[in-house]
Design a protein around this ligand. Structure first.
Ligand SMILES: O=C(O)c1ccccc1NCC(=O)[C@H](O)[C@H](O)COP(=O)(O)O
Length: 259
């Protein structure tokens, strides 16, 4: 499944290259104002931080929410305390787009994550050109040397690479590469099974100074408190926000993670 997701994203990127040549994407990326500093926005504090996701659909759940106006949803997130916003731009299974990311960029001032199956410099330039400040690199999906190269490339653009892991071995790879923003995804991207305890099982391997993100499977404020007790600095939440009242949910998450 994961390799299919990468193949789909790369095919879509190749199609976009036919109408927008790499040199133009690069010029658009370099013309953007400097990237916002995600390491400041997501830095550990006395309160858990929320990375709120714009997520219409997923391979595991199918269609979740129509989200006709992603910019309006992002404003609700930012107005109710989200420290950063994740925009799923994958088109085929998640029904997202770079246009969603551009629209969100116009509406909020918090750092934006391009959430996609990124494997090339072209996709990173597209992310920057659309206004993203953070890009996702998934250890399960990429050879270590590619992650190292793409981390360097995104950092040179002023962006923050967010490195996603799902096992001790993957975490050691992320740490070995010097990642400063690391996620432990409760969802196994091959089987879609979720394990909310995985973050707590791995977190002690992550040194202080690295921002620790608990990703996926938050259904309610109790789950946020669970991740916070385990040591999360940040929770990444999609489904629970887009299928409920996002403002009320966000406020309850921030309240639950206040220690
Ligand atoms: O969400 C999925 O089904 C999925 C399947 C395969 C690859 C990635 C997938 N999701 C990406 C994410 O990591 C989540 O959107 C994100 O962590 C938020 O998760 P949730 O709060 O459980 O919607």
């Amino acid at each position: 499944m994961l390799s299919d997701l990468y193949a789909g994203s790369l095919a879509d990127a190749a199609r976009r290259l036919e109408s927008t040549p790499l040199k133009l994407v690069e010029a658009q990326a370099l013309a953007r104002p400097p990237a916002l500093d995600a390491m400041i926005a997501l830095a550990p504090s006395s309160q858990i931080k929320v990375l709120a996701e714009v997520k219409r659909a997923s391979p595991s759940k199918g269609q979740m929410a129509a989200i006709q106006d992603p910019a309006a949803l992002a404003r609700i997130y930012a107005d109710n305390g989200a420290s950063a916003i994740s925009v799923l731009t994958e088109e085929q299974k998640f029904k997202g787009s770079l246009q969603d990311l551009e629209a969100v960029r116009e509406s909020v001032q918090v750092p934006l994550l391009r959430k996609d199956f990124i494997a090339t410099e072209h996709q990173i330039l597209e992310a920057r050109a659309a206004g993203a400040d953070i890009i996702l690199l998934i250890v399960a999906g990429l050879p270590e040397a590619d992650i190292a190269r793409l981390m360097k490339f995104s950092s040179e653009l002023g962006m923050t690479p967010f490195i996603e892991t799902h096992s001790e071995e993957e975490l050691k790879i992320a740490l070995g590469l010097g990642a400063a923003l690391i996620g432990v995804n409760a969802r196994d991207l091959s089987t879609f099974e979720t394990n909310r305890d995985l973050f707590g099982e791995l977190v002690d391997l992550i040194p202080s100074g690295v921002i620790k993100v608990a990703e996926s499977a938050v259904r309610n404020a109790d789950d946020v408190a669970h991740y916070r007790r385990a040591g999360a600095d940040v929770v990444l939440v999609g489904e629970a926000l887009v299928t409920n009242d996002p403002a009320a949910m966000l406020r309850s998450f921030l309240q639950a993670g206040k220690y």
